[in-house]
Design a protein around this ligand. Structure first.
Ligand code: HAM
Length: 414
């Protein structure tokens, strides 16, 4: 039976885990603690948090009723849930900023295509409690480092400011007035009424042609927002993180204000966003919490894998075992099982050729295991108390006393 449309299976050969963990490695080094919120939440959390006017809430949520008729939704993103968890636990009353990282599946009922799934994997970080441009720069830089750390060179960072409650309303009005004078179809007009900013992102040439003179948020920022954006840019320059102005950047979630950014890769076709994020200082209040500023990002693991492919960068692979034991004969097998156990107990990773295959098949399994060393145990070796240790890279074989094997391997592999 195939998996449901828009989903896929993670199997070891896909190299999923090293990519996912690699993306979060810079955040681990920067002190972001691991958090995990539930995969489903009350629907209201996303309706209020992500925004009723977004495609995500309006069309893409997997919503269901539980047995007590409460409306629940599979999380379409991680920020609202992580923030709710922080508020529930009262972490915002302690040391600030609260820095968290997370990883896991998100769910959006989108039309599946290359790089777009209904269940997809994100990693993310959130830094809560401070409105400090230096913190914005740290968060953005950690995203850039996430991709660079995997060896990607083609990820561009688009950065802008979406203003705040002091300057955005007046800009919105100006944009709405501008859009009112254009020749737009009914659907687009309706979209403009709900969120005029979204029209700026319309890819159709007939619409784009009319938007050349549209007013832009970055030109209408209040002094505080303009200073914030300047400070973030200056910090990124100091950190050597390249960024491009993106005055027309529109995100698919409503909670952003001030610093807003996206990581894009040009080798991915239509689904070019490999990550995105921004500041969401009003989100806590929107979900019923106290004022609590925050900034964060989420990166798409599948699109990162596609970007690695597009650049021809070999993805990191999960390390195999270090030692592979090949027993030849029944007596050797009964000694090999406790030997492998002892190697593992000593902190080495080890596996064994199960299934009584011949020497050839067992050595093939040893090669496939990724092990650096194979121990080929024959009944005669056992009787002599030695084990031939084969270096699988050089093919060289040396006899090692069985009772010294563990320490010998520990030394070789340290
Ligand atoms: P987002 O831009 O909606 O932001 O998603 C982040 C990333 O998830 C995208 O750039 C993309 O790589 C990946 N992604 C989104 N939808 C799909 C899909 N259907 N299939 C595959 N990959 C997908 C957020 O989710 C925000 N919560 C980010 C954030 C954190 N903002 C502040 N903190």
């Amino acid at each position: 039976m195939p998996a449901p449309k828009g989903t896929y299976d993670v199997l070891p050969a896909a190299g999923f885990l090293p990519v996912r963990d690699g993306l979060l490695a810079p955040a681990v080094r920067a002190g972001y603690g691991y958090a995990e919120a539930p995969v489903f939440e009350h629907t209201d959390l996303f309706a209020r948090g992500v925004g009723e006017s977004t495609d995500i809430v309006a069309k893409e949520m997997f919503t269901f009723s539980d047995r007590a008729d409460r409306s629940l939704t599979l999380r379409p993103e991680g920020t609202a849930g992580v923030l709710r968890a922080v508020l529930d636990a009262g972490l915002h009353k302690g040391q600030l900023p609260v820095k968290l990282r997370y990883a896991g599946p998100m769910f959006r009922a989108e039309r599946p295509q290359a790089g777009r799934y209904r269940q997809f994997q994100q990693v993310g970080i959130e830094a809560l409690g401070l409105d400090d441009p230096a913190l914005d720069a740290e968060v953005v830089a950690l995203g850039a480092q996430a991709f660079a750390g995997l060896g990607l060179t083609g990820v561009r960072l688009l950065l802008t400011s979406l203003g705040d409650p002091a300057c955005r309303p007046a800009y919105r009005e100006a944009l709405t007035a501008f859009l009112g004078g254009l020749d737009l179809d009914e659907d687009t007009r309706r979209r403009a009424q709900i969120n005029p900013l979204r029209v700026l992102d319309d890819k159709r040439p007939a619409v784009q042609a009319q938007l050349a003179d549209a007013p832009l948020m970055v030109d209408a920022l209040c002094d505080a927002c303009a200073a914030h954006l300047d400070a973030v840019r200056a910090s990124l320059d100091v950190l050597g993180v390249a960024h491009e102005p993106a005055p027309r950047l529109v995100r698919g979630l409503d909670y952003y204000m001030r610093t807003t950014f996206e990581f894009v890769h040009d080798g991915l076709g239509a689904q070019s966003a490999v990550g995105g994020g921004g500041r969401y200082d009003g989100l806590s209040e929107a979900i019923g919490g106290p004022p609590l500023p925050g900034i964060g990002w989420a990166l798409g693991v599948e699109r990162t894998q596609l970007a690695l492919q597009a650049e021809g960068v070999a993805p990191p692979v999960e390390p195999g075992v270090q030692v592979f034991v090949v027993p030849l004969g029944a007596a050797a097998k009964s000694s090999a099982v406790p030997l492998v156990h002892a190697l593992r107990a000593a902190g080495l990773s080890a596996d064994l050729a199960y299934g009584d295959r011949g020497m050839k098949g067992a050595m093939k399994a040893a090669d496939r295991s990724g092990a650096a060393y194979a121990v080929v145990l024959g009944d005669r070796d056992l009787a002599a108390g030695t084990a031939p240790l084969k270096d699988l890279r050089t093919g060289e074989q040396t006899p090692v006393a069985l009772d010294a094997l563990t320490t010998h391997l520990q030394e070789l592999l340290s």
